[in-house]
Design a protein around this ligand. Sequence first.
Ligand code: HEM
Ligand SMILES: CC(C)=CCC/C(C)=C/CC/C(C)=C/COP(=O)(O)OP(=O)(O)O
Length: 296
Amino acid sequence: MSEQMINDSTNTISWKSYYELCKPKVVLLIIFTAVVGMFLAVPGMVPWQPLVFGTIGIGLAASSAAAINHYLDQKFDAKMARTKGRPLPHGDLNGTQVLGFAFTIGAIAMLVLIFLVNELTAFLTFLSLIGYAVIYTVYLKHATPQNIVIGGAAGAAPPVLGWSAVTSTIDPHALLLFLIIFIWTPPHFWALAVARREEYAKADIPMLPVTHGAEFTRLHIVFYTVLLILVSLLPYLTGMSGMLYLVSAIGLGFGFLYYAVLLKKTADDIIAMKAFKYSILYLMLLFAALLIDHYL
Ligand code: HEM
Ligand SMILES: CC(C)=CCC/C(C)=C/CC/C(C)=C/COP(=O)(O)OP(=O)(O)O
């Protein structure tokens, strides 16, 4: 192989690795919930500046948080099959490269939000970034099985960030969207954690199925899913959304409950992974329903 070809393939690997640091699929859904927040903030079309610069700023901040999480978690990631192939434990990038990348895109995010969106959105986005990348990753994750319940606040922030990008306010309706993602996070994560409990135990991370057992966690998944169905009715009950949203929320919610109850009954890890995958589809479709309903 020529030197040129080796260089080309090394470059491809490193671009792929930087991309992977951003947890692109998670960040894409985060961006979608933020954009829905933007659209719901106004009756007609969102002005293009907060739409474009808000999306870039929030997306880069979330990617920066994800890259910092890769840096701070590298020793734990190396111990789990699901995460040991990540760029740091796998040796594709070194710590300096990862931190350099995270701080660069984090700084760009902040500059874009401060100068091209508004200071409130920049401040709230910074809080979310620190909330996930530092408070959750360094402290909560290793301190308590309630880690993701509390840490979920950072992941639930994007609709509030999107809304404030457009209006420069923290709107009570945006807080309803926050609440939905906040309550969605435990069943989303615990479904995966139940299936991967042995790996979390091996890495010594006190996730709920490790500290309180799989059965207790499955019960909590059912409990939070019922709570999620109730909370998801609030946009309709407060007059923010209409019939299409209500029907979608109920249908999607009972779909989630079906998996939660099936998981409780069967205690099957394959069902746990199905419930986890459904949780992602659920959030995507619920926010799509909010968006479509807004323009009906
Ligand atoms: C504290 C909060 C959260 C925790 C602990 C959590 C945990 C996880 C974990 C462990 C995975 C598996 C990743 C993998 O296999 O590499 C995952 C996947 C995923 N999460 Fe979450 N999550 C949280 C919040 C969120 C939020 C707020 C969103 C979006 C709004 C989200 C969207 C996703 C998506 C789309 C995936 C699938 C990624 C893929 O297939 O590569 N998560 N989550
Ligand atoms: C807007 C903004 C700045 C928000 C940042 C929020 C953000 C990127 C949330 C991601 C949530 C997530 C994937 C948690 C899993 O972490 P984990 O370490 O438990 O999972 P892992 O084992 O897969 O790394």
